[in-house]
Ligand binder design. Structure first.
Ligand SMILES: [Ca+2]
Length: 391
């Protein structure tokens, strides 16, 4: 080792120690959740394989189901053994980076209106946005009809990152919709660092929105009559939410949220509240410098769980099924990076414990099937539908 090598070796060693020790992570009022015990009494079975980057699964009232693939296909399955049928009539989808065909959901009164809703990235690399489309599903012909873009995010952006894009129904005619902040530093939108849009109330980026089935702001939204504020906003200060769950009994809305490096969050969402990004966060830039030294501030809501190291959460379920009576009333949160599902044990609004269900593959979506089992989609090119059943 010559003198020059020696002079860079020591600082380099210190950086490596900091990177792997975790001791330089920001301190704050919420304890960091690292590894947790494994849940008991479950087993997994692969139900479907060969899916192309599946993003979401939704069942129709007759227990047939659809799976969206990010690369732009919507598949319909009559049962778990059947060959998939490709549904035609989709809108033109901008498939790039994190964008493409994303969430798929069935209207609560589907038997009356045959409506399905999907989220996708529209536009092109210079100008794109998350869009919600509503369509009538013609099952006989495997076709979408009367396809209508009922909501488009504003402003347009030119990155292929952070589309957010989960939908969860909050009543028979309204839904919450998560929208990402638009991209990592140094990505800008309309001349402003994209992440700063999360704190801007005249931008949909970095928000949870609350819409009617026609794409209008819902009646009870917190900012309906304020000047220069987008009336669709339900909560703000979010980075990128890819998991939303609604507890119909209590009316609680839960969201998991990607941090940058570490600092992923579980939040209890209340209307009008600020969840902090990027003013307060437990996460760091991907290259490890601080985003901010603050993890908490008055007027901003602390997360219920902070995942460091990152889970990269995607998919969130509030479980009510009969297959796992002990798990009723708990949340199940998928992890792309974590390659597991986290059981988050709830007592009302409090998190009282956490367990893991290792999957060993990147988890994109977590849903409860009509049979009460938990279903997991893995995000790979050769993605799978995995069923979690009692052992
Ligand atoms: Ca936050």
């Amino acid at each position: 080792m010559n003198e020059y090598q020696n002079s860079i070796a020591l600082p380099f060693t210190i950086i490596i120690i900091l990177l792997f020790s975790g001791c330089a992570m920001p301190e704050g009022p919420v304890p960091l959740s690292g590894d947790v015990p494994e849940a008991e009494g479950w087993a997994t079975e692969t139900v479907i394989d060969g899916l192309e980057q599946p993003w979401s699964i939704a069942w129709l009232p007759d227990s047939t189901f659809m799976i969206s693939e990010r690369t732009g296909q919507l598949l319909y399955f009559e049962d778990y053994q059947a060959e998939p049928m490709q549904i035609s009539g989709l809108p033109e989808i901008y498939v790039d980076g994190q964008g493409g065909l994303m969430d798929i959901t069935v209207h609560p009164a589907y038997l009356e209106n045959r409506w399905v809703f999907l989220t996708y990235s529209s536009g092109d690399e210079d100008s794109n946005q998350t869009t919600v489309a509503r369509a009538v599903l013609n099952v006989e012909d495997q076709r979408l009809e009367n396809v209508e873009d009922i909501f488009k995010v504003s402003p347009d952006k030119d990155s292929n990152q952070h589309f957010g894009s989960r939908i969860v129904w909050t009543s028979n005619s309204t839904f919450a919709l998560s929208i990402g902040d638009g991209g990592n530093r140094p990505v800008k939108t309309e001349g402003v660092l994209s992440r700063k849009h999360a704190q801007m109330l005249d931008s949909h980026l970095g928000k949870i929105l609350h819409l009617t089935q026609n794409g209008e702001p819902a009646d009870e939204n917190p900012f309906l009559n304020e000047r220069d504020v987008f009336p669709e906003i339900w909560s703000y200060g979010h980075r990128n939410i890819q998991g939303l769950a609604y507890d119909e009994e209590s009316g609680r809305l839960w969201a998991n949220e990607h941090g940058s490096r570490g600092g992923d969050e579980l939040n209890l969402i209340k209307p009008g509240e600020n969840y902090g990004w990027p003013e307060v966060t437990y996460s760091r830039e991907y290259w490890y410098t601080k985003i901010t030294s603050e993890t908490s501030k008055p007027g901003m809501v602390d997360p219920k769980v902070v995942w460091t190291p990152a889970q990269a959460p995607s998919g969130l379920l509030f479980y009510t099924g009969e297959a796992f009576p002990e798990w009723q009333g708990d949340l199940f949160s998928g992890g792309l990076q974590g390659e597991q599902v986290r059981r988050i044990i709830l007592d009302g609004e409090s998190v009282i414990g956490e367990e893991k269900i290792p999957i060993g593959r990147r988890v994109r979506d977590v849903k409860q099937g009509p049979d009460g089992y938990i279903y997991v989609l893995t995000a790979h090119d050769e993605g799978e539908l995995i069923r979690i059943i009692p052992e």
